[in-house]
Design a protein around this ligand. Structure first.
Ligand SMILES: *[C@@H]1O[C@H](CO)[C@@H](O)[C@H](O)[C@H]1NC(C)=O
Ligand SMILES: *[C@@H]1O[C@H](CO)[C@@H](O)[C@H](O)[C@H]1NC(C)=O
Ligand SMILES: *[C@@H]1O[C@H](CO)[C@@H](O)[C@H](O)[C@H]1NC(C)=O
Ligand SMILES: *[C@@H]1O[C@H](CO)[C@@H](O)[C@H](O)[C@H]1NC(C)=O
Ligand SMILES: *[C@@H]1O[C@H](CO)[C@@H](O)[C@H](O)[C@H]1NC(C)=O
Ligand SMILES: *[C@@H]1O[C@H](CO)[C@@H](O)[C@H](O)[C@H]1NC(C)=O
Ligand SMILES: *[C@@H]1O[C@H](CO)[C@@H](O)[C@H](O)[C@H]1NC(C)=O
Length: 450
């Protein structure tokens, strides 16, 4: 679709927006997000995307205010509940790769819900994207891009989805090229090179030439044939509108100690497991322009069982990076009490996820209704990772999460580094837009209507 609203950093685009305003006096009101006029000049990356539509050139200066919508939660979180006016685009998760390169799967529930999602987006002048892959849906990405024939078939499958559902774009959430994710993905040394060839071929398609193409990526650039990050990924920036760095799940139940889910920085922490700062440095160092990098931000946290004897550092202060008891993993908000282990897409037994959406931290009593530590709950804000932790000393459950303070810090980081914007996993995790308003506010985004 033609994006009716301009989410732009430049005074020029602001002017354009007002010109559109004056020309369309009879049109229905259209709203968009813009930073105040005091923002820095647009940074247009060198070698700006040549395969992108004319409007995509502006992508370098556009603010991306986006997030993923968890399609499987549609029964309790229908598309009508999304705070559409605060987003430029929302991405439906997930369609999944299949053993047949010409087929991309959408389960029945998603196929039923996607049309409603797309029309709700369009009613609000917001772009509707579909994400392909995810942690559980990337099993056959490598296969789909492995050969010229397979890429042709996969391009056709992607274009078919775009046409069938009237999508404005596709998000490629391949976790990960030539780097194992869930455990049974097909992987190959040429994955990243083949991914690029696929994207280039996709851009040649007349339908895909004009849509938004994005990728959800890890903290380091796509792995090359030897498994280490590719030194130069600049070619990806000529075919993708932007990448979203999934700066979350950095620490969790698999880690040696408690640690931040989504560290803004880790240069000052005892162990460097990656952060927004290191990820931005790694991707820009490999030639991907900051102006096309979106910071992925989590509206959820990870829980840990931390014994009282190690939870505190001094009398009242919560300890940072304390050890936890893995065998006592607390149940998260989507774990069913007494259900035991479940089986993943690889057939492996997996224990409780232990994650809590931000709103669940409120309903579970860790936070009060304004998203701050509830009475009787211990709280610490780690000034290095710029993220909070809460602890219930009775249940001995500690949570690493993000709150309004950490989202505001992330928004400032995005603005200070002239990044493209933010992407929330997932849009239904927030409570009363506490997090969304914090990050948008610190980026100085303002809504204009025409
Ligand atoms: C978009 O960018 C390309 C490549 O830099 C350039 O050739 C083209 O003129 C630009 N289009 C607009 C409308 O600015
Ligand atoms: C190409 O795709 C087909 C399925 O569509 C698959 O059977 C085959 O293994 C793929 N080729 C490679 C080299 O992965
Ligand atoms: C894509 O954009 C170009 C340039 O704006 C336009 O000529 C072409 O018709 C568009 N194609 C489609 C399929 O919308
Ligand atoms: C406890 O606090 C001190 C002083 O802030 C710090 O040096 C130390 O690393 C902390 N220990 C833990 C376990 O958090
Ligand atoms: C359940 O899952 C946990 C975590 O993945 C694992 O350590 C444990 O062995 C599993 N238990 C069974 C009975 O499979
Ligand atoms: C802490 O956990 C205990 C035990 O589960 C529970 O009874 C109590 O309500 C919790 N405290 C708060 C403030 O939520
Ligand atoms: C939530 O807690 C904070 C302090 O932790 C307090 O300032 C605020 O007033 C509380 N909000 C509500 C609605 O209780």
């Amino acid at each position: 679709m033609q994006r009716p609203q301009s989410i732009a950093l430049s005074a020029f685009s602001l002017l354009a927006a007002f010109l559109i305003l004056s020309e369309n006096v009879h049109a229905a009101p259209l709203c968009g997000l813009v930073p105040p006029t005091t923002t820095a000049a647009v940074v247009v990356p060198t070698g700006a995307p040549s395969g992108l539509p004319a409007s995509a050139n502006g992508t370098a200066g556009d603010v991306v205010a986006t997030g993923w919508y968890a399609g499987w939660l549609g029964a309790t979180q229908p598309p009508s509940q999304i705070s559409w006016t605060k987003y430029s685009a929302v991405t439906f998760a997930f369609a999944t790769t299949t053993p047949d390169s010409s087929q991309i799967a959408l389960d029945t529930q998603s196929a039923d819900l996607l049309p409603e999602f797309v029309s709700a987006a369009h009613d609000n002048g917001v772009d509707a994207l579909l994400s392909v892959g995810g942690w559980t849906g990337s099993l056959y990405y490598s296969t789909a891009v492995a050969t010229a024939d397979n890429r042709t078939a996969f391009v056709k499958a992607v274009v078919g989805l775009v046409t069938q559902y009237g999508l404005d774009g596709i998000d490629f959430d391949w976790e990960y090229p030539n780097h194992q994710g869930i455990g049974c993905n097909t992987i190959a040394p040429d994955d990243s090179a083949n991914f690029l060839l696929f994207l280039q071929q996709l851009r040649q398609d007349p339908v895909a030439a004009n849509i938004t193409l994005t990728a959800a990526v890890g903290q380091t650039p796509f792995a090359g044939p030897d498994g280490t990050p590719t030194a130069d990924v600049s070619a990806f920036a000529t075919v993708l509108n932007h990448i979203a760095v999934m700066n979350y799940d950095v620490w969790g139940s698999w880690s040696p100690t408690v640690g931040p889910n989504a560290p803004l920085d880790d240069s000052c922490s005892p162990v460097q497991a990656g952060s927004a700062t290191s990820a931005l440095k790694a991707w820009t160092g490999a030639g991907f322009p900051a102006a096309q990098i979106v910071l992925g931000v989590p509206a959820y946290g990870h829980s840990f069982f931390v014994d009282n004897s190690v939870a505190f550092n001094g009398t009242n202060n919560l300890a940072l990076y304390p050890p936890f008891v893995a065998s006592k993993q607390p149940l998260g908000d989507s774990d069913v009490p007494g259900a035991g282990n479940s089986t993943d897409q690889c057939g492996n037994s997996v224990g409780p996820g232990g994650t809590f959406d931000f709103y669940s931290l409120i309903t579970a009593g860790f936070l009060n209704s304004t998203g701050q530590a509830a009475p009787g709950i211990d709280y610490v804000f780690d000034t290095c990772s710029q993220t909070p932790f809460v602890y219930n000393s009775t249940s001995e459950v500690m949570i690493s999460f993000d709150d309004a303070t950490s989202f505001a810090a992330k928004g400032k980081f995005i603005a200070d580094n002239d990044m493209a914007g933010f992407a929330v996993w997932h849009v239904g995790g927030d409570s009363g837009d506490i997090l969304l308003d914090a990050i948008s506010g610190s980026m100085g985004l303002e809504q204009i209507c025409s």
